[in-house]
Design a protein. Structure first.
Lengths: 236, 236
DNA sequence: AAGTGGTCTAGACCACCAT
DNA sequence: TGGTGGTCTAGACCACTTA
């Protein structure tokens, strides 16, 4: 047999989830019911669910059920925001959206997002502050086809995190990302918007984010002023 | 019952491993034998081993056995070396050890390594090159008591990686690390040893590494020149 | 009390490795 | 061929949540 049974079950579950069989935040049928439906034992069904829980596609709660995971503040703060104040405390940043507009994709972004030349992207510029101090300048690129109808108004008035907005409004579930970091100098724009001196050393962080099946859905380039902050990364 | 049975079995296994019951690289008794010894079912024993495999304390090989994991080049390259050439290819760095000496610990390092004031540390300075180009200047601090007998000779003549040396010569198994990254400017030393201009922007990477039970065993501060290289990090 | 996920068991069979 | 880990099953019982 090429693939183990629990891998096949995992695939069926994932297919159902991406198809929208169970909307974000709702409960799946019980493990016993799913095992019966797929014609496998509960143990095998659980092994399939285990994997999706590790990938944060599903969320188990003892006594309550198994749910399609929803992006919330904790997920964003712990998994997708790697900047800490020098005191070590993890705080949620204040996001101030400066602009949002649609434009033709540039070559670099097209390559990262696997878009054809000439495709349209939504470009959003944000300034992030921590405890009132401006620290990050963000440039976000989204494939326009996946985010039709996204306006500055909607982006600014989201009640929760950016990735929660992607998920509940556009059905785009960001599961993981890859970041590349270089040192750079502040340019005129960073100096002005972050109130720092030109040519101050900064981090340039590029992020490519993926949804189900490793499809890229967001490309961003951030510049981080690390005088009173740092970027954290776990090894091992 | 406070802790599940498989957690207790995990603890017993980990205790035996740290006690040195099975030297690094050797095989444990079979799962059936261990289950019998601990008085649990094979399923429960496997669940305990599963966790230690995820933590990379143990290594399973179908048909051969379960082994105490040994640090090798792949582990170092994929888990503990986050610098890539701009072309995206992952290459193993050339390490050139510039100095090794013992000295009294400074306040910062003492706090990180949880050492008392006045304790001795081994301080090692390395220059790392990628494809012949010097890229990183490393300052490594080790608690002297754990690394008695470590000399420049031994450090330079290790056959394998630095963490493999720690493991097989001093019984120190590095399992995970935490890194903090800031932007900085090259100083006189970086400019001289990496052949770059003074005040060029660089990354300052601080790493605290841990062994079993989250005990810190190594503290290092690196400066990385990112003109032709970048640092990678995975999110999610 | 009923329903959910979490733990644990005992055993069968398969895939792989060494000899 | 014999021993190892990998998969899969069927069922019992426990812990937790909700009503």
């Amino acid at each position: 047999m090429p693939a183990p049974l629990y891998k096949e079950v995992r695939e069926k579950l994932l297919a159902s989830i991406t198809r929208g069989a169970w909307p974000t935040g709702t409960a799946l049928p019980s493990e016993a019911a799913l095992a019966l439906e797929y014609g496998v034992s509960v143990g095998t069904l659980r092994k399939a669910v285990d994997e999706l829980v590790i990938e944060k596609v599903l969320l188990r709660q003892q006594g309550r059920g198994t749910f399609v995971a929803a992006h919330d503040v904790e997920r964003t703060l712990y998994d997708f925001f790697r900047i800490r104040h020098a005191d070590g405390v993890s705080r949620f940043p204040e996001v101030e959206t400066i602009s949002l507009r649609r434009q033709a994709v540039d070559a670099e972004t097209a390559a990262q997002l696997q878009l054809p030349a000439g495709a349209k992207v939504v470009r959003i510029i944000n300034r992030l502050g921590i405890a009132g101090v401006p620290v990050v300048l963000d440039e976000v690129f989204l494939p326009a086809t996946r985010f039709e109808g996204l306006t500055l108004e909607i982006f600014r008035q989201r009640p929760d995190t950016i990735y929660h907005l992607y998920q509940h409004r556009f059905g785009v579930n960001v599961l993981r990302g890859e970041e590349r970091i270089r040192a750079c100098r502040a340019g005129a724009r960073e100096a002005r918007l972050l109130a720092i001196s030109r040519s101050a050393p900064m981090l340039e962080v590029e992020r490519l984010s993926f949804t189900y099946y490793d499809v890229p859905v967001e490309w961003r380039r951030s510049r981080v002023h690390t005088a009173e902050h740092y970027y954290v990364s776990d090894l091992g």
